[in-house]
Design a binder for this molecule. Structure first.
Ligand code: ATP
Ligand code: MG
Length: 431
C-alpha cells in the first residue's frame, strides 16, 4: 500500500465554504479512481490517499490531473516515536541522495502535542540524523533542493517536496479549485491552441465544462473533427469529462457567404456561433460561454469586433486568455498536454471564408443590421437539432489518458453529398 498526502490548494482560504470544497474535491478524486481499490481519508485539512501497489500509476496520473490541490507527495507513514521518525527521515534522505539531490532542510509540524519532541526539536534531531547517515547531503536552510517534511498527526508522515512542489500548471499539483465548485460553462472549442487552454483555465477555477465545436463538413475533414474530440478528451481528463456537441455549421456559413459583404464574414460567423452556443448553453443550464479569444491576436479579436461578436448574447462570455500573449498561451497548452494536438494541421470551419481584408473595427449597429439580414433562425435551430454529442475524457475511460473520446455519441448527422465549395478557401492567418 502506498500513501499519498495531498495539500488542498486555495481551499484553506475559503473559510465557511471550505467543507463543501473539500467534499467536492474528495468526490472528484473518488470519481477519478473509481474501481481501483484506492481509499481516501481526510483529517484536518489534509487528504490521505491509500493506494494498493497495482493502482499506483493510475493514482499518480489522477493526482497529476486533479484540480484543487496545491501539491501531493508520496509519504512514508510510521509510528509516533522519535526513533521511527528519524529512521524514516534517513530513508527519505537516502532516496533523495540517490535521485541526485545534494541539499535539503527539514520542516516539521506537530498537531499531536504529546509527541516528545516539539517541531524545533524534530527539525534539529532529524537534520542531524540525516546528515550523519547520508554524508553526501548538506543542509541549506535558504535554498534547499528539497524539503523533507515531517507531520506528526494520527500517525507520523514523512515526505519530501520531490513530487509535491506546487508549481501550478505543469508542476505536480495543479492548484485551482475543484471542478464542480463554480457552476457550469459552455466552451467554444475549436481545434486551435487557444480554446483548449481557455477551457482548462476555467475548469481550474472550479467550473464544470460542456463544449461545442462548429464544423463545416464536408469542407472540413473528419481529421479536424477527431482532433477536436481528442482535445476535449485531454481537457476532459482534468475536468472530469466533457460533453462535446458537434454542430454542422455549413448551411450557416453558406448563408453568410451569400448575403454578407466579404469583409464582414468572419465577424458574422463568430456572432452566429455565439448565438447558437448560447441557445445550447441555456438548454444545458450552463451559466456562461467561454472562448479562447485574446485581445488583438487576430483581426476578429480587436475590441470592436469582440464587442460585435458578443452583442447578441446575454449570458456572460468569459475569455480567460484575453490578456495573455501567444507565447503565454502556448506555455499553458504545453503544460496541459494539448499543444501537440492543437498544432496538427487540420483546418476548422473558418477556412470556408477568410477574407484578405477583414473588417478591423466593426460597429455593433452595422454588425446587427447585417446579422438580421441573414435570417439565420431556422438554420441555427436545425443545426442544433442535428447536433451530435460525444463524451470525452470521462473518468471511466481513462485506460488511455488524454486519448480523447471515450464514449461515442450518436455519430455525426452531417449531410452527405454537399457540393464542392463555390469559392476558394484560404488559410486563416489574418482573422
Ligand atoms: P483557437 O486557437 O481557439 O482556435 P483562434 O486564435 O484560432 O482560437 P479564432 O479562430 O478567431 O481564434 O476563434 C476565437 C474563438 O472562437 C476560439 O478561441 C473559440 O473559442 C471560438 N471558435 C472559433 N472557431 C470555432 C469553432 N469552429 N468551433 C467552436 N468555437 C470556435
Ligand atoms: Mg481557431
Amino acid at each position: 500500500m502506498t500513501t499519498y498526502l495531498l495539500k488542498p490548494g486555495e481551499l484553506t482560504l475559503k473559510g465557511g465554504n471550505r467543507e463543501s470544497f473539500e467534499r467536492i474535491l474528495k468526490r472528484n478524486l473518488l470519481a477519478l479512481l473509481r474501481g481501483s481499490g484506492v481509499s481516501v481519508e481526510t483529517a484536518n485539512g489534509r487528504f490521505f490517499v491509500h493506494a494498493p501497489e497495482e493502482a499506483r500509476s493510475r493514482t499518480e496520473d489522477a493526482l497529476d490531473h486533479l484540480l484543487g490541490i496545491a501539491g501531493w507527495a508520496k509519504s512514508r507513514v510510521c509510528g509516533k516515536t522519535p526513533a521511527a521518525v528519524l529512521e524514516a527521515c534517513i530513508a527519505e534522505g537516502q532516496a533523495l541522495f540517490e535521485a541526485g539531490i545534494r541539499t535539503f532542510k527539514i520542516e516539521a509540524r506537530r498537531t499531536d502535542k504529546s509527541f516528545p519532541l516539539d517541531s524545533y526539536g524534530i527539525r534539529r534531531e532529524a537534520g542531524a540524523a540525516v546528515l550523519e547517515a547520508v554524508p553526501g547531503l548538506a543542509v541549506d536552510v535558504h535554498k534547499p533542493q528539497r524539503i523533507i517534511d515531517v507531520e506528526i498527526r494520527e500517525k507520523a508522515y514523512i515526505y519530501s517536496a520531490a513530487g509535491s512542489s506546487p508549481e501550478g500548471p505543469g508542476g505536480r499539483g495543479r492548484r485551482g479549485l475543484p471542478v464542480g465548485s463554480a457552476g457550469r460553462g459552455l466552451l467554444l472549442l475549436s481545434g486551435g491552441i487557444d480554446s483548449p487552454a481557455a477551457g482548462y483555465l476555467m475548469a481550474s477555477r472550479g467550473m464544470k465544462i460542456d463544449a461545442v465545436y462548429f464544423h463545416a463538413y464536408p469542407y472540413t475533414s473528419d481529421e479536424a473533427r477527431r482532433k477536436v474530440v481528442s482535445l476535449a478528451g485531454i481537457i476532459g481528463h482534468y475536468a472530469l469529462g466533457i460533453r462535446l456537441y458537434i454542430i454542422n455549421f455549413t448551411p450557416v456559413q453558406m448563408r453568410i457567404r451569400e448575403r454578407a459583404p466579404l469583409e464582414w464574414t468572419t465577424v458574422l460567423l463568430r456572432m452566429a456561433m455565439m448565438d447558437c452556443a448560447e441557445r445550447l448553453a441555456r438548454s444545458r443550464h450552463d451559466k456562461c460561454l467561454i472562448s479562447g479569444e485574446s485581445l488583438s491576436q487576430v483581426a476578429s479579436q480587436t475590441i470592436e469586433n469582440i464587442g460585435c461578436t458578443e452583442s447578441r448574447v446575454t449570458l456572460p462570455v468569459l475569455r480567460p486568455l484575453i490578456g495573455i500573449d501567444k507565447e503565454g498561451i502556448i506555455k499553458i497548452a504545453v503544460s496541459i498536454g494539448t499543444y501537440e494536438t492543437s498544432i496538427l494541421p487540420y483546418q476548422d470551419c473558418c477556412v470556408l471564408f477568410s477574407p484578405l481584408h477583414p473588417i478591423l473595427r466593426g460597429s455593433i449597429e452595422e454588425a446587427n443590421r447585417l446579422y438580421e439580414k441573414l435570417a439565420l433562425e431556422d438554420l441555427i435551430r436545425r443545426a442544433l437539432e442535428e447536433a451530435a454529442v460525444e463524451k470525452c475524457g470521462y473518468p471511466e475511460g481513462q485506460a488511455i489518458p488524454g486519448a480523447g473520446s471515450t464514449q461515442s455519441g450518436p455519430g455525426l448527422n452531417v449531410q452527405e453529398g454537399i457540393p464542392p465549395p463555390q469559392w476558394e478557401g484560404r488559410p486563416c492567418q489574418s482573422r
